[in-house]
Design a protein around this ligand. Structure first.
Ligand code: PEP
Ligand code: MN
Length: 337
């Protein structure tokens, strides 16, 4: 951390700050410049709130040097993390494709979907059984019955199951059926839930909150990693901006940025990220071009009649065509898909 003193700071202010810094367990080095004095506070400053130093006498500004996250950082683990969950491999040169409906609706729907996405090359099946819906009047999911249908679809196709858990008390139930636990965008900062999935042995797909910064996403991942679960996939699913042409704004620079900061694999969700079926294929291919380690795509046998998110779901042919396009991009970049 660098503490920049004000022009008018007195030697007593500087001494005071040196003592404050050392009382926090950091080493203080005073650098007297021609215009300003700065104090370098050396040591692991992640536990120190920059605000607590900023209110000191004569302090102009406090600048942290270290990223606020630790276990997720490339400094701690320079090689990319690869995550395996049954048929699904994500990261370190392998692109995983998680596809399926927004919600599990019936046995026929999920089985048909699982078979179709597998045939087109998906490596895992998605489907929500517990749905976090904006309106309490919308379909809330089939709950445990839905989980049973997902498990049956896994038995029939061999595809790993990715499904959302919305409450910490449901974690044991969902973990009984799921291969990967999805933390939805609305729950990215539900810290008790993050701790609960951190205590399981199931890989986690952590979605970015629509208003969360990338540091907040990485700190949310840090909760899961700190709990002893090393298998976290980060998911960019679009953020809320002033733009209304798309449901959310899908920033693909996130993928490149995260790869420069973390060893954790990065999955992109162009379905929620755009909110329109016709935008999904190209944005999926663009995600692969940006270096995504995985895609999560909503696919429905009859999107027009879907109980949730039909307007952004691909039908089977559209999904197969999307896979074709993504494979070409992946091939050109030397990635396995
Ligand atoms: C979903 O995957 O269907 C979902 C609800 O996603 P998100 O949490 O990103 O909105
Ligand atoms: Mn959805």
């Amino acid at each position: 951390m660098i503490v920049v003193m004000k022009k008018e700071a007195t030697p007593a202010d500087v001494n005071h700050m040196v003592q404050r810094i050392e009382s926090l367990g950091l080493k203080a080095h005073v650098i007297v410049g021609t215009e300003r004095t700065v104090i370098a506070a050396v040591g692991d400053d992640r536990k120190t709130h920059k605000e607590s130093l900023e209110s000191g006498p004569g302090v102009a500004e406090v600048m942290p040097i270290l990223a606020p996250y630790k276990r997720a950082s490339l400094e701690l683990k320079p090689e990319p993390t690869q995550i395996k969950a049954g048929s699904l491999t994500v990261g370190a040169g392998t692109i995983g494709v998680i596809a399926g409906p927004c919600s599990v609706e019936s046995e026929e729907q999920i089985l048909q979907c699982a078979r179709a996405v597998k045939k087109a090359g998906a490596t895992a099946l998605r489907g929500g059984a517990f749905k976090p819906r904006t309106s309490p009047y919308s379909f809330q999911g089939m709950k445990e019955d839905g989980l049973k249908l997902l498990a049956a679809a896994r038995d029939a196709t061999g595809l790993a199951v990715v499904t959302e858990v919305v409450a910490s008390e449901d974690v044991p139930l969902v973990a009984k059926y799921a291969d990967v636990l999805q933390i939805g965008a609305r729950n990215m900062q539900n810290y008790r839930l993050l701790e609960a999935v951190g205590a399981t042995d199931r890989p986690v797909l952590l979605k970015r909150g629509p208003s969360a910064t990338i540091d907040e996403l990485l700190l949310a991942a840090e909760y899961i990693l700190n709990g002893g679960n090393p298998n976290v996939m980060l998911c960019e699913r679009g953020i809320r901006t002033f733009e209304t042409h798309t449901r959310f704004t899908l920033p693909l620079a996130t993928v490149v940025y995260l790869h420069a900061k973390t060893h954790l694999p990065v999955v992109v969700d162009p379905s929620h990220g755009t909110g329109h079926t016709y935008l999904v294929p190209q944005m999926a291919a663009a995600s692969v071009a940006a270096g995504a380690d995985g895609l999560i795509l909503e696919v429905h046998p009859d999107p027009e009649r879907a109980m949730s998110d039909g307007y952004q779901s691909l039908n089977f042919e559209q999904f197969a065509a999307t896979m074709e396009m993504c494979r070409k991009v992946a091939g050109a970049l030397g990635q396995k898909m």
